[in-house]
Design a protein around this ligand. Structure first.
Ligand SMILES: [Ca+2]
Ligand SMILES: [Ca+2]
Ligand SMILES: [Ca+2]
Length: 185
């Protein structure tokens, strides 16, 4: 039996967030990831993009700690993570959508380096470099996320894509490819 797409994608999200590589999510992972991303794409600490990324990751961790850290040990295991996201996605996705959107907009603004309201291919690939993800995955994801084919990722395309990582089991959904996709078995 194959693993549902959301679950394999959530494993990829978990791995991408576990910056310290210790197999658990904690405050340090989010601080470090936010710092890495800022250093690469929004280095000016006084810029709105920098502050939004910092705030976005801090809010993401806060939400995760509150909703997923079932045994209150200050960190979230893969099991706790899956259980929490499953519950949130099951609640018509409202809670989850709010968090994803709260993070998606600051992320979009940071990735949109020239602030022209659309993410170009070089801007998108730079983002993958910033968070240590394979650039080839970024290039493939870019083509899929640009659903209207105008050569850029709009805020709408980005938010829809990011949300699909957490909620979609349809490999036809562009967002499900954002972190690469495990081959279906
Ligand atoms: Ca960790
Ligand atoms: Ca741009
Ligand atoms: Ca587009």
């Amino acid at each position: 039996m194959s693993v549902p797409l959301t679950e394999s994608n959530l494993a990829l999200v978990f791995a991408a967030l576990d910056t310290t590589g210790d197999g658990r999510l904690s405050a340090a992972d989010f601080t470090m990831r936010a710092d890495q991303m800022c250093a690469a794409i929004a280095p000016d600490p006084t810029s709105a993009a920098h502050q939004d990324v910092q705030r976005g990751f801090a809010a993401w961790w806060e939400h995760l700690r509150a909703s997923a850290d079932a045994n209150h040990d200050g960190s979230v295991s893969p099991k706790e993570y899956l259980a929490a996201v499953r519950t949130q996605a099951g609640n018509a996705g409202d809670d989850l959508a709010e968090v994803v959107i709260a993070l998606a907009i600051p992320m979009f603004n940071a990735v949109d380096n020239d602030a022209d309201g659309t993410i170009s291919l070089p801007e998108y690939v730079r983002f993958y470099t910033a968070i240590n993800l394979d650039n080839q995955i970024g290039e493939d994801a870019f083509t899929r996320l640009d659903t209207d084919g105008d050569g850029g990722i709009s805020q709408q395309e980005f938010v829809t894509g990011l949300r699909a990582i957490f909620t979609s089991n349809d490999p036809g959904d562009p967002g499900t490819w954002m972190l690469g996709q495990a081959p279906s078995s």
